[in-house]
Design a binder for this molecule. Structure first.
Ligand code: MN3
Length: 246
């Protein structure tokens, strides 16, 4: 239990020193994963069978990717935070990623990589669902068509970005709450960590080899092509609608 004085200190710290997550982001990734929203973090269950995305993404890839790779990010994030001051341990995933400059030097890289890994993957699992050739609808479809001329124009631009990522990283469709933009991040960096830009992920393609190597080996282009069949457009549309509201 926190004493009253500690509680006041924690509140003061949060209000004074931290970049507070926009309401849309607050607790979004952490509360919906089946665990606490702060340290120690837990790996939420995938939420659907490993083979749900066959033949586009195979069951073994999903199992290893979720259980082992995402599992390791959670484990290593907790290991890093175990040595952190209590004020840092009380930060949600979003707060950690929005305040990397306030993380102690000795654990900053570990937090950046592993909190990023946990954030990106928690989002990614929810974004995936076989769509049977489905396309975005509603406001998101309108925005995509306005920004990229057409759905196929958008597919081309995001695929191109995904293929250009050198080594391991991600290609994203993000929004600042107004416009849509395509961007990439290296390693497990999260778009929400960019200090001078507000970038909320709407769609993200994991182009680490661990996301596709078992089925596609070195053929990233084939994986990226297959990816269009497993985007949960309802989830992307929900995130976009929420981001517009701020
Ligand atoms: Mn991955």
């Amino acid at each position: 239990m926190m004493t009253r004085r500690e509680a006041i200190k924690a509140v003061a710290l949060t209000a004074g020193a931290l970049t507070v997550a926009p309401s849309f982001l607050q607790g979004e990734t952490s509360d919906s994963s089946a665990g606490s929203s702060t340290y120690p973090f837990k790996l939420a269950p995938l939420g659907y069978p490993y083979d749900a995305l066959e033949p586009y993404i195979d069951a073994l890839t999903m199992q290893i990717h979720h259980d082992k790779h995402n599992g390791a990010y959670v484990e290593n994030l907790n290991k890093a935070l175990a040595q952190a001051p209590e004020s840092i341990q009380k930060m949600s995933l979003d707060e950690l990623l929005l305040n990397l400059d306030k993380i102690p030097d000795n654990i900053r890289t570990a937090v950046r990589n592993n909190a990023g890994g946990q954030y990106n993957h928690s989002f990614f699992w929810k974004l995936l669902k076989k769509n049977e050739g489905g396309k975005p609808s509603g406001e998101l479809a309108t925005a995509i068509n306005t920004t990229f001329s057409s759905y196929s124009g958008f597919q081309e631009k995001l695929s191109e970005a995904a293929l250009k990522v050198f080594g391991s990283g991600w290609a994203w469709l993000v929004t600042d709450g107004k416009k849509l933009e395509i961007t990439t991040t290296p390693n497990q960096d999260s778009p929400i960590s960019k200090p001078n830009e507000k970038e909320i992920p709407i769609v993200g393609i994991d182009v680490w080899e661990h996301a596709y190597y078992l089925k596609y080996q070195n053929r990233r282009a084939e994986y990226v092509k297959a990816f269009w069949n497993v985007i949960n457009w309802d989830y992307a549309a929900e995130r976009y609608a929420a981001a517009l509201k701020g």
